[in-house]
Design a protein around this ligand. Structure first.
Ligand SMILES: Nc1nc2c(ncn2[C@@H]2O[C@H](COP(=O)(O)OP(=O)(O)OP(=O)(O)O)[C@@H](O)[C@H]2O)c(=O)[nH]1
Length: 315
């Protein structure tokens, strides 16, 4: 997510001079993209996902209103801020643009200082909105995704898996004897350990579509779209080994002298019929079983029973 760094502005105008003037004006502060008609504006918007579009209203073939409608209809571009910049200077024209969802309206001939001020204001609002969205999706302590974010992504990925007949793997990972850890080393040390576990989990997930979220206190959920059981189990086992390899001392643990985790996982095969909650419950049951069988292990529910292994090698 682009929370820092140069923001991108797309200028869409069929008039070459206008495009050039705006580009020269904006270039010192922003990355500028140019489009000479509505079709190009849509193509550039989808490909580059700019932070803001300065959109001429009157263009041949596809006018600015049509471009805005198409942007709003596509989930990817629906929230891009748009400022109309137009020779139609009547208040009614401005009102139409704003009612359609434009963030602002600038009449031509434009004043350069005013354009810069309005662009800066819109881009500041874009930054603030992104920051709020980011904060709403992230767990403050671990910086993993939070449960709300997980719920959203899980539902989407589950539907995608059903649609495409591709597997979906899910694992629940829980720190062993964490109550004793807190009791022995104190809550701030517990928080530090949780953060270290979260970092190891994030480092162990390689694919862009994978998601790790803090599900509860010391429980992390891992979602691996398009990943078969054996592969997913390998990833989770490697993460569990990496956590043990951190050698976070845990004298009060009944399992090992260092902090360990247990995990339960399940995979929805491409042809599987399970609901979201059934898949989740299957992983949860195996986590419970892993705890019961002595902790510090990964259990996976898969078609082949031989896939169930103990990750106790690192204890
Ligand atoms: N430091 C810290 N501790 C937390 C946080 N969230 C949950 N915990 C602690 O995690 C502990 C979880 O304890 P239990 O559910 O009994 O599990 P456990 O001691 O890990 O035992 P097993 O899971 O059976 O191995 C509780 O003591 C919680 O207070 C947190 O954000 N920070």
């Amino acid at each position: 997510m682009n929370l820092v760094g140069t923001q991108k502005v797309l200028v869409a105008d069929d008039d070459t001079v206008n495009r050039q003037v705006l580009a020269e004006l904006l270039k010192p502060e922003y990355t500028v993209l140019l489009a000479k008609n509505g079709e190009q504006a849509l193509e550039r918007a989808t490909r580059h996902l700019p932070d803001l579009i300065l959109l001429d209203v009157m263009m041949p073939d596809m006018d600015g209103y049509q471009v805005l409608r198409s942007l709003r209809a596509d989930e990817q571009t629906a929230n891009i801020a748009v400022i109309f910049i137009s020779g139609l200077g009547r208040p009614e024209d401005e009102a139409i643009g704003l009612k359609m969802g434009a963030a602002d309206y600038i009449a031509k001939p434009f004043n350069e200082t005013v354009v810069m001020a309005r662009v800066a204001m819109q881009l500041q609002m874009v930054r603030q909105r992104r920051m709020l969205e980011h904060l709403a999706h992230v767990d403050g302590l671990t910086e993993l995704a939070n449960r709300r974010r997980f719920d959203e992504v899980y539902e989407t990925e589950w539907q995608r898996s059903r649609r495409n007949g591709r597997p979906l793997s899910l694992a629940l990972l829980d720190i062993d004897s964490f109550k004793q850890y807190n009791d022995h080393y104190g809550h701030p040390a517990g928080d530090r350990a949780l953060r270290a576990v979260a970092r190891a989990v994030s480092a162990g997930l390689r694919r862009p579509a994978d998601l790790a979220a803090r599900y509860g206190g010391e429980e992390v959920v891992l979602l691996m779209p398009d990943t078969e059981a054996a592969q997913a189990q390998q990833v989770v086992s490697a993460i569990c080994c990496a956590i043990a390899a951190l050698q976070i001392q845990h004298e009060a643990s009944s399992v090992a002298p260092m902090l360990t985790v247990s995990a339960g996982g399940a995979t929805l095969s491409g042809a599987g019929k399970e609901s979201c909650s059934e898949l989740f419950a299957a992983a949860d049951t195996l986590l419970y079983q892993a705890k019961k069988e002595g902790r510090n292990r990964v259990l996976w529910r898969a078609a082949a029973p031989e896939l169930q292994t103990q990750a106790g090698a690192h204890s």
